[in-house]
Design a protein. Sequence first.
Length: 278
Amino acid sequence: MIYTFGNKKYDFESRTFIMAIMNITPDSFSDGNKYYFRGNLNMDKILDDAIRMELEGADFIDVGGESTRPGSESIPLEAELERVIPVISKISKHIKIPVSIDTYKHEVADEALKAGAKIVNDISGFHFDDKMPKVVSKHKASCILMHIKGTPKDMQKDPHYDDVISEIKEYLKNGIEKAKSAGIEQIIIDPGIGFGKTFEHNIEIIKNLKEFKTLGYPVLIGTSRKSFISKIYESTPSERTEGTLVSNAMAVINGANILRVHDVLENKRAAITARKFK
């Protein structure tokens, strides 16, 4: 399962790949306001972090300009563009690994791909914006299709499934068909830990990741610092490193190809170790 991103070729069966999170937001659940100084983007810190992430072993950097934490509101298009486009333009000139744009708006995706991004990471799996597949295809870019039940604002209000695994698979299949119909060749899927799921749903997803592998695409998993970990042991986001490492190790053992994380080096080492137990 070899994918090409610019001049990078990744064989997703050869090892576990790491996607580093770079939130250019004032209000993300874990690291909001990290890249702002006196209300302005701190481009020096952003670039320093991007270079450090690459040196620590990141294979991708995922840049997002809108918080999608539970209960969050959508932000205006102009605000999202102002946050992410300067960042993608800057870091893509200084790092060798591909940059991903975390957005569900086709206008943001279009400008981000022009600025140097190679991947669109859509939390809606092409379900929120009908124009997104054509934009991704136009740029010959890749996509990450995630499952979400509802919207970030309401997704955690008593989510219910009759069969969580099969329902997520059907949702992802629909997104895959949209991508294929638009001519997109490189597709990655993400079952969406924490996006319209209870604690029990999240655990079931991680235990049954092999079910998603049957769709025939690389599987990305994102447990990093998420609130379901606090149901295992009481913790704030910054205290969930251990829970993240263990849940990601289990995901690797169960078939995850890519881990989306805040802490690159620690998760890289955990993934290398976990593969020895597959």
